[in-house]
Write a protein of this length. Structure first.
Length: 259
């Protein structure tokens, strides 16, 4: 028997914490539940609050259960979670309930909840592919290739494998300015790091003494090449901006002078 009692779960903000909260909701047979990040929690006047402690084994159990039911759904859940959209967790809970309760493994896109989650996941997926295409590394004097990004969504966990495979022979750091954490690859594996880097430092790093002379020369060479091959009479600005939106120009060596 299920209950419609409104309850608020407070979790640590991690994906495993969210899945643990989902398990608690299912275990208590709750039809509706509010799930809030610890740092952003706001207690409802008439809701019961419960703090959720992340349990990796429980989270894995939920992950595998959803994956066995619908392998595409688990991707949509994870991608949409990384969007960081405010108040998304209760909608995700409803989405998971619908997936697990469906008689067939397919999804019903006429359902507003399912449609919404899939739309958010698609936006995150597009941002992931753009970051994989537009990230440019700069060689620092300590031999580490550095790139700073400022994506709309938290895509670092999604692009890690791509860069680990593509640049397996060089140490690199990809740092998310907005979320203040990064990925560091040391030729053996990737780890999450945090650094206190100001926006001003990020904006000026191209001209910083942290970079090698060869890196400055390379950036100038690439910029000059881009200018020489750009035939103004053939430029389709509308199409160009569609494929390379202006907000990504700051990552590209060939576009830095235009920013």
């Amino acid at each position: 028997m299920t209950t419609n009692v409104t309850k608020t779960f407070i979790y640590d903000g991690s994906f495993n914490g969210f899945l643990t909260a989902v398990f608690s909701g299912f275990d208590q047979k709750l039809m509706v539940v509010d799930i809030q990040k610890e740092r952003m929690a706001q207690n409802g006047l008439f809701s019961e609050t419960e703090t959720i402690f992340t349990n990796i084994a429980t989270a894995k159990r939920v992950w595998n259960g959803i994956k066995d039911r619908n392998s595409n759904a688990i991707k949509h859940i994870y991608f949409s979670f990384l969007s960081g959209e405010k108040g998304l967790e209760p909608l995700l809970y409803q989405y998971i309930r619908k997936i697990m309760g469906a008689k067939q493994a397919g999804v019903d896109f006429s359902d507003s909840c399912i449609l919404r989650i899939n739309q958010i996941a698609q936006k995150v997926s597009r941002e992931k592919h753009r970051m994989e295409a537009f990230v440019r590394f700069q060689l620092t004097k300590d031999g580490i290739y550095f790139a700073n990004i400022e994506p709309d969504f938290d895509v670092l966990p999604l692009i890690s494998r791509h860069f680990r495979n593509r640049y397996a022979d060089q140490p690199w750091i990809i740092y998310d300015i907005k979320r203040k954490y990064g990925l560091y690859y040391d030729l053996n594996g990737v780890e999450i790091i945090s650094m206190d880097l100001s926006q001003n430092l990020m904006n000026s790093i191209q001209k910083s003494s942290l970079l090698t002379h060869e890196e400055h020369d390379y950036q100038q060479l690439w910029s000059n090449y881009f200018k020489s091959t750009n035939i103004k009479s053939r430029i389709n600005k509308k199409l160009h901006n569609q494929h390379v939106p202006k907000r990504y120009w700051k990552y590209l060596s060939e576009k830095k002078e235009a920013v």
